[in-house]
Design a protein around this ligand. Structure first.
Ligand code: UD1
Length: 422
């Protein structure tokens, strides 16, 4: 298992090219199953989650080529419409295969996703939605077995809770269904808009994406298309929080205007962090300025709120700040595994229910720590940057799920960081 060694330092300075979004690539790769024509996707990040999704597509008879950041996919009818536990347990987003397979072939069998380090994360909303569209779904031996006679039927589906994955699964299923599907209380995340734009390029009829009401009018067939994946706002936000934790400045490149505006908005409570759009939003300049942080009260929320995927990194970046620092995790019930590791580095954090209180400390000390999930890993890297001495982060395979070349990108900005492979 690889480890990352990081030598704490005070400054980070340079340029970083932000990769394509993981959370947009995964559903878009799954959506390739909706057509038998060739799909071309640019700006795909080389991440272990992406490689796993490609493995799933290949297990379903798709021919995939992936060179640099360019992915070409051609599907053929799978011999077996089943995605095994072995593939789904490693990545919850594998469940996004269910909607496309069912709507295209009338049948699919996908393992229930396994347990997860950040909470129970059920898939009831995905299943209920597909049932409302006429699917017959049973759960047996840990597998969701879905079939439909003829086509899925468009209907009105109002989610009782906002879910990114369920919105994506139903939106994909609805593209080839009979009639109109109205998704109410849909998630509004930009990655959903990216998926919808991709589906529209394939010929799908979708309106309202990016709002809480999405309307999909089913059609008979989807076609070839080419699409560029949006920038990864969580990766960009993580690097911005590296600057918040240390000092210095970063020019984040390969961005877009909407992602820049979103980051400027969510980080506005962090007064020492100054973000400025450059080149009409293609770049975002992030600088640590000399301002006091008097009080910060941030609650994670669905888009356009503060993303839960940046909560752990935000926590780490504030560990040496003064002021009243309070965070609340509102999306997942147990996304605090990073806290005990941060405490081993000297952090003073009080956790009560879903609320965190951070009491700033003078110094953090480098230590050997263990990554427990993807975003927890990057919070440990940020703490390592802020600490005195050397921090060793174990189990970095979690990091490789969602960050492309993280250590190389930081190294180019003056950070002393090294991967040790064993
Ligand atoms: C996606 C993101 C993940 C992010 C999360 C929330 C991808 C690949 N992953 O995950 O990085 O942290 O959104 O922004 O895009 N829920 C149910 N029933 C369901 C589905 C979800 O109760 O059927 C609950 C979950 O337990 C959670 C909440 O709804 O508490 C939000 O989950 P959801 O938006 O579905 O997250 P994912 O799509 O899995």
């Amino acid at each position: 298992m690889d480890k990352i060694l990081i030598e704490g330092q005070k400054k980070i300075e340079g340029k970083i090219k932000i990769s394509g979004s993981k959370n947009s690539s995964l559903p878009i790769l799954a959506a390739s199953l909706l057509s038998d024509s060739e799909i071309k996707i640019n700006n795909v990040p080389r991440l272990s989650d992406v490689f796993l999704m490609i493995k799933i597509l290949e297990s379903l008879n798709s021919k995939v080529t992936f060179n640099k950041d360019f992915c070409k996919i051609k599907t053929s009818r799978p011999d077996n419409l089943r995605v095994s536990y072995d593939l789904v347990r490693k990545m919850r987003a594998s469940f996004l295969i269910l909607g496309p397979l069912l709507t295209r072939y009338g049948k699919a069998e996908v393992s229930l996703p396994g347990g997860c380090a950040i909470g129970t994360r059920p898939v009831d909303l995905h299943i209920e939605g597909l049932k409302m569209m006429g699917a017959n779904i049973t759960i047996k031996d840990g597998y969701v077995r879905a079939k439909v006679i003829g086509k899925l039927k468009g209907t009105e589906i109002k989610f009782k809770k906002i879910s990114v994955g369920a919105t994506e699964n139903i939106m994909m299923a609805a593209t080839l269904a009979e009639g109109v599907t109205l998704i109410k209380n849909a998630a509004k995340e930009p990655e959903i808009v990216d998926l919808a734009n991709f589906l529209i390029k394939m010929g799908a009829k979708i309106i309202g994406h990016g709002t809480k009401n999405i309307k999909v009018t089913g059609i008979k067939k989807l076609f070839a298309c080419e699409h560029k994946i949006m920038p990864d706002r969580i990766e960009a936000g993580t690097f911005a929080l590296c600057v918040m934790g240390c000092s210095g400045s970063l020019m984040l490149e390969n961005m877009n205007n909407d992602v820049c505006d979103h980051l400027v908005k969510i980080f506005s409570p962090l007064k020492p962090l100054y973000l400025k759009k450059r080149k009409k939003g293609e770049c975002l300049h992030v600088t640590k300025v000399n301002k006091n942080l008097q009080s910060v009260k941030i609650t994670t929320k669905e888009y356009p709120g503060f993303p839960t995927d940046l909560q752990a990194q935000l926590t780490a970046s504030l560990l040496k700040s003064n002021g009243k620092l309070e965070l609340k995790e509102n999306i997942f019930e147990n996304r605090f595994m990073h806290i005990s590791e941060l405490k081993r580095m000297g952090a003073n954090i009080k956790l009560k229910g879903s609320k965190l209180k951070i009491i700033g400390v003078e110094e953090l000390l480098g230590a050997e720590v263990m990554a427990t999930d993807l975003r927890a890993s990057s919070s440990l890297i940020i703490a390592g940057l802020m600490a005195n001495g050397i921090t060793t982060v174990n189990r970095v395979y979690h990091l490789d799920r969602g960050y492309e070349n993280l250590e190389k990108k930081l190294e180019n900005c003056g950070v002393i960081i090294r991967r040790i492979s064993s």
